[in-house]
Every structure is written in structure tokens, then in C-alpha cells.
Design a protein around this ligand. Sequence first.
Ligand SMILES: C[S@@+](CC[C@H](N)C(=O)[O-])C[C@H]1O[C@@H](n2cnc3c(N)ncnc32)[C@H](O)[C@@H]1O
Length: 239
Amino acid sequence: EGPFFADLFEAHDVREVIDVGAGSGKHAIMFARWGKRVVAADPDESMLAQARANLGEAEDDIAASGGDLKIVEAGFGHLALHDLGPVDAITCTGNALPHVAGHDGLAAALRDFHAVLRPGGVVVLHLLNHQRLLDNRVRSIPPVVRVAEDGTMTVFLRVIDYPEGGEYIDFDFLTLTRPPGGAWQTASRRSAHTALPIATLTTALQQAGFGDVRAYGSHDGTPLEIDADESVVVTAERL
Ligand SMILES: C[S@@+](CC[C@H](N)C(=O)[O-])C[C@H]1O[C@@H](n2cnc3c(N)ncnc32)[C@H](O)[C@@H]1O
């Protein structure tokens, strides 16, 4: 992902960035290490706590690069309210954008992005390829498996439902954990994500005052293959 963002930031002369839905701050910290002035915004206190802890470890590197990172409790639609602009770029990575509240929530979030970006500024969105999910009624996503240093194995599964109406896609997140020699433990939670196929995103971006909308199939910059790519990376310029 790094080279993709680095090239884009150079092309748009980006010095100030808001990463919204920043989670544990992975991207925001990477940008700040490059010497950017960054705001990491997220509404979830537990994610903000993780971001603060990660920032603590990176603080010296960030200071040495001349960068800066502020962590702010704010979600979609509330960036301008927190006086966070004007900035040169907004990033929204790791499938955070579908947390907007329906298509009205998407429109409000993009109007807010527009309000805090300077003219010519860039927005970068990275999320699951909802068009592929919707077209094929994909019911599950391949598991992600992690083994911790102590041997504890964790398996993350996502099972998908398509409620009537089409505005939302329901994700059941199942987490299976097994300590070495122990029994499997399970946890699950359901999250309704706003359905954001590429056509919906493109139209909403244009209506919010963005142009030059481009869709990629990954951070290596290859054009989106709508039937094949698991994720989409969308960039657009604030008019
Ligand atoms: C899967 S995480 C992605 C985190 C990070 N961007 C990354 O790429 O690793 C999704 C994030 O969206 C955040 N989120 C949920 N609702 C949100 C909202 N209304 N506004 C902004 N962020 C939200 C969650 O708190 C979470 O940190």
C-alpha cells in the first residue's frame, strides 16, 4: 500500500491528511512517519486507545521526520464540525466507509470530506468490492488465520446476507480462537454495512463535488476488474 499512497501524495502535493475510520492508526502513523501532518479520526474509543498506544511507539520517528499525528474522536459527517480542514488528502481505508448510515449517510460523509479538503485535494477509499458480492450473492469470504507467538490460533470468518431493499449488506463476523492444547472458543457479531457498489460510490462522489474518479483493483494501481477483485481502491479529486 505504501508506494500507492506515496505516489498519489506526491502527485497531489499532499502535506496534510485526515485518515477517517483510522482504527488502530496503522495508515495514519505510516503517513506521519513520512513527515505528513496527520489527523487520525475514529468514533470508537477502543480503536482510539489502540491508536494512542501505537502512536506512543512511533512518536520519536514521527518527530524526527518532521511529521505530526493527532488522534481525534470523530466519525463520518463530523470532520468539518471538528474544524479539521483544510487538508490536502482524506483517506478511508480497510473497509471503514460502509459504516456510513445508508446512502443518505454516504452523501453526508462525502459532503463533509468536500468541506474539509482544499480544491484539488484527493480522497482515497479502500473497501470490499460490493458489486462482486451483490452480483454473485457471495455468502462467505475466505478465512483469515493467525497464529500468535504463544501458539494461539485465531480464525476470522465472514458470512454475508443480503436483506430486502438492497441498501445494506449484513456481515456476520465469526472469530474462532484455540489456545495451544485447548478447546475452540467462538464469538460472533453482526454488522449492517451500507451497500456501496462502484456505481453508487462514483455517482455519490460526483454529486458531492468530486471529479476524476478512478477505480483500481488493488494498491498496485491495476484497473478494477469488477467480477474478480475482492477489494476496490477509489481515488477522486475535490473540484
Ligand atoms: C475495519 S476497521 C479499519 C481501520 C483502518 N482504517 C485500517 O485500514 O486498518 C473499520 C473502522 O471504521 C470505524 N468506524 C465505524 N463507524 C464509523 C463511523 N461512523 N465513522 C468513522 N469511522 C467509523 C471503526 O471504529 C473501525 O476503526
